[in-house]
Write a protein that binds this ligand. Structure first.
Ligand SMILES: Nc1ncnc2c1ncn2[C@@H]1O[C@H](CO)[C@@H](NC(=O)[C@@H](N)CO)[C@H]1O
Length: 147
């Protein structure tokens, strides 16, 4: 999994078109979204993550929590982003991983939004620009490391 974490004044998106034949079903309300004072997390779920999705979810949540505490962010925007890797996981695995990351961050007390999966979206982002405002993380399941 590849993550790009941007501490932002705001992130807003608007769904434009389907990018997959069967994108995640969404309500009218989910066609647009915005959070202010947010840690935006752009995530590419990778093929290697398919060997142990639950482990990758746990590691990702820990990394996100760690950065959020460093930048003192209480809101997280989980953003599916297929442009951080050339070895993407299948959409059904990727969606499940992103849903679980969202769920676990909520359990840990964060206010969380997740941008819809499988669409082209317009988005606006205002990066805060401080030294920890732009970070990236790479996460792999243990087995993949030991191979
Ligand atoms: N392995 C994966 N990891 C993360 N997101 C993934 C994915 N496979 C499919 N998607 C989603 O489907 C859209 C088309 O690839 C993706 N759309 C996007 O990445 C938008 N920024 C438009 O390009 C994304 O929603």
């Amino acid at each position: 999994m590849r993550m790009l974490l941007i501490h932002s004044d705001y992130l807003e998106y608007e769904v434009k078109d389907k990018a997959l034949k069967n994108p995640e079903p969404i309500s009218d309300e989910q066609k647009k979204g915005r959070l202010d004072e947010v840690l935006a997390v752009f995530i590419s779920v990778e093929k290697v993550d398919e060997t142990n999705p639950d482990e990758v979810v746990e590691k990702a949540v820990k990394e996100i929590e760690d950065v959020a505490s460093q930048v003192k962010a209480e809101r997280i925007f989980v953003y599916p982003f297929a442009h951080l890797s050339s070895e993407l996981a299948k959409p059904d695995v990727a969606l499940e991983v992103l849903r679980k990351i969202e769920e676990k961050l909520k359990e840990r007390g964060f206010e969380v939004k997740r941008a819809p999966f499988g669409y082209y979206k317009a988005f606006k982002l205002s990066c805060k620009g401080h030294p920890l405002a732009e970070l990236s993380r790479t996460i792999v399941p243990e087995e993949a490391v030991s191979k």
